[in-house]
Design a protein around this ligand. Structure first.
Ligand SMILES: O=C(O)CCC(=O)C(=O)O
Ligand SMILES: [Fe+2]
Length: 340
């Protein structure tokens, strides 16, 4: 078991982990109906997404990254070096997984004290209503679950997810180096951010929905670790970011692109110079939406604190796994609990 999965597994989720059998319903059940105020939409309807798209082969990429981190905490990257064939394979293996009957998927249900496997979103206990979503979490090897699902045909799934996690780790570490350089971080701090053995890969499915205006795919949340790399499969819209002054704003899928969004630990390390990034997912009437997110952080036993260059830190320092536990118990109040 990876250190990260132990850190997550320490905090059981006190809710039903089994997602709805979305194939069996032709209207949204009461449990999944969200009020209009929960679903408030953006004030300015931007035709084009205002989230910058940064070409990582551009010599000015670091300045564009600094600017995006300071303003939105989110950007998209292209020319990132991750082979597009691999991304396509991850997408088709993800569709194969979520296309299984619910009875099969429940054979690899995440346990109440576990962090990996099939189930509802970890943020579910903090909301009264359920989300139009099913997920599958992988941390390192997924051989056990894949063998349970496909006893004679698991290798393709495992190899694809292993390759992809390796590629995501490389890209995440490259981006962390650039972001930390843009903050004038020390070499020791860069080593800290890029020294963990592995992150978590979250496969998400948002089935097509008979009335997408009545429900939510994933409710508003921030990601916990340093940064998240996200691929929106099949060009299907859905991700939105909350921007002060503009409200909820769509993040349009970019071909062969990854969304990069900063997590709580980056907000802490940057001493709040980089914003907290609230995002959520809307669902689609006709199309199932697939996404996959790779969450990357420092070693869970290490200490996170504002960078040493800040004379007046606005957060207390703490062990990363203690922040994970604080977030698991207090959700969006976690950051204020460590504020100075
Ligand atoms: O599906 C998406 O676009 C976002 C997923 C997400 O925010 C997450 O898994 O934390
Ligand atoms: Fe997220």
């Amino acid at each position: 078991m990876s250190a990260l999965s132990e850190a997550y597994g320490d905090y059981p989720i006190p809710i039903d982990i089994i997602p709805l059998d979305f194939n069996s319903v032709d209207k949204i059940p009461e449990t999944h109906i969200w009020s209009q105020s929960d679903r408030q939409t953006h004030k300015n309807h931007h035709k084009d997404s205002i989230i910058p798209v940064i070409d990582l082969t551009d010599p000015n990429a670091i300045d564009q990254i600094r600017q995006a981190c300071e303003t939105l905490g989110m950007f998209q990257v292209v020319n990132h070096g991750v082979p597009s064939e691999l991304v396509k394979k991850v997408e088709s293996e993800t569709r194969r997984l979520f296309g299984l009957p619910i009875k099969e998927k429940c054979k690899v249900l995440r346990s109440p004290t576990g962090a990996t496997g099939y189930g509802t979103a970890r943020i579910s206990p903090f909301y009264e209503k359920a989300m139009w979503h099913e997920g599958f979490t992988i941390m390192g090897s997924c051989d056990g679950d894949a063998k349970t699902l496909w006893p004679h045909d698991y290798q393709g799934f495992c190899d694809t997810m292993d390759d992809f996690q390796n590629q995501m780790k490389l890209l995440a570490h490259n981006l962390l180096r650039l972001i930390f350089q843009s903050l004038d971080a020390t070499q020791e701090e860069i080593n800290w951010a890029t020294s963990s053995n592995g992150g978590a890969l979250q496969l998400n499915s948002y089935p097509s929905c008979p009335n997408p205006d009545g429900t939510l795919g994933l409710a508003a949340h921030t990601d916990t670790l340093l940064l998240t790399l996200l691929h929106q499969g099949g060009g299907v819209n859905g991700l939105e970011i909350f921007i002060e002054g503009s409200g909820w704003t769509p993040v349009k899928p970019v071909e062969n692109g990854f969304v990069v969004n900063l997590g709580d630990l980056m907000h802490i390390f940057s001493n709040a110079k980089f914003p907290v990034v609230y995002h959520r997912v809307m669902v689609n009437h006709l199309k199932q939406r697939i996404s996959f997110a790779y969450f990357c952080g420092p070693p869970v036993e290490s200490v996170v604190a504002p960078s040493s260059k800040f004379r007046n830190p606005c957060f207390k320092s703490l062990v990363v796994k203690d922040y994970i536990s604080l977030k698991a118990k207090n959700f969006d109040k976690a950051l204020s609990l460590i504020g100075i």
